[in-house]
Design a protein around this ligand. Structure first.
Ligand code: ADP
Ligand code: MG
Length: 242
């Protein structure tokens, strides 16, 4: 069974039909890279998965359990689905360590000392063992984004959603963040990754999902997508990148 399933998902903003009959299955440990033109619905798809947006019809299931039911436990769900955005949204007056340890302590009730020792471990894992006491303003964008990833991992999620997490970074800082994501993928994390980084997509993705105008128009292994897209849209999208 797939870990994350989308079945006939439809989402409207007012009159605008933004997600159209989305069917998608993401297996455990799969790295699903989602690409497509601006406005095609990529962010909305991730935000619906985390219930930051509500869908109007269809169902999204995690481990077979509908997470789009009105009576689903949203807080519990958000613990199982980690999300990282383009903007890091760290608490400015808290250190890297405090940023990472906060939610496990406050939301999950993990003892503060334990939450902090786990936070230290996670910060080491994203290459920030020496920056645990630094405030966001003392960190580069790449470092802040790695803190944001550690913060999401601190809840021990089943799935991680990444929405253009390197798009706001100076080019020289992109690599260090992609490196952390690559490590996570190697360790078997299930991930949905919206990105423009085609090198990352080609090397790390198990599947490429191409969206266009609210629909999934192609879903293939990266080798096939990049070497021989099966749809016209896929070919057009690639030709614009080249
Ligand atoms: P992408 O991430 O692929 O660029 P989005 O999911 O952000 O696309 O947007 C898909 C469509 O939904 C766009 O037409 C966008 O204008 C619209 N949209 C996104 N968020 C909102 C919102 N909060 N209110 C109204 N329309 C929105
Ligand atoms: Mg977007």
């Amino acid at each position: 069974m797939s870990l994350l399933e989308f079945e006939q998902v439809n989402k409207y903003f007012g009159e605008t039909h933004v997600l159209k009959d989305i069917d998608l299955e993401i297996d455990e440990q799969e790295v699903a890279v989602v690409i497509g033109p601006s406005g095609s619905g990529k962010s909305t798809l991730l935000r619906c998965t985390n219930r930051l947006e509500e869908i109007q019809s269809g169902e999204i299931r995690l481990d077979g359990v509908p997470l789009t039911d009105p009576d689903a436990d949203i807080n519990r769900l958000r613990q199982r689905i980690g999300m990282v955005f383009q903007s890091f949204n760290l608490f400015p007056h808290k250190t890297a360590l405090e940023n990472v340890a906060l939610a496990p302590h406050k939301v999950k009730g993990v003892k503060k000392s334990k939450a902090e020792s786990e936070a230290r471990y996670l910060l080491e894992r994203v290459g920030l063992g020496a920056q645990t006491g630094s405030y966001p303003s003392e960190l580069s964008g790449g470092q802040q984004q790695r803190v944001a990833i550690a913060r999401a991992l601190a809840m021990d999620p089943d799935v991680m959603l990444f929405d253009e997490v390197t798009s706001a970074l100076d080019p020289e800082l992109v690599g260090e963040v992609l490196e952390v994501m690559r490590d996570l993928a190697d360790e078997g994390m299930t991930m949905m990754v919206v990105t423009h980084e085609m090198g990352f997509a080609r090397e790390v993705a198990d599947t490429i999902t191409l969206m266009s105008e609210g629909r999934v128009v192609e879903r293939t292994p990266p080798e096939q997508f990049f070497d021989k897209p099966t749809t016209d849209r896929g070919q057009r999208f690639l030709s614009k990148l080249l």
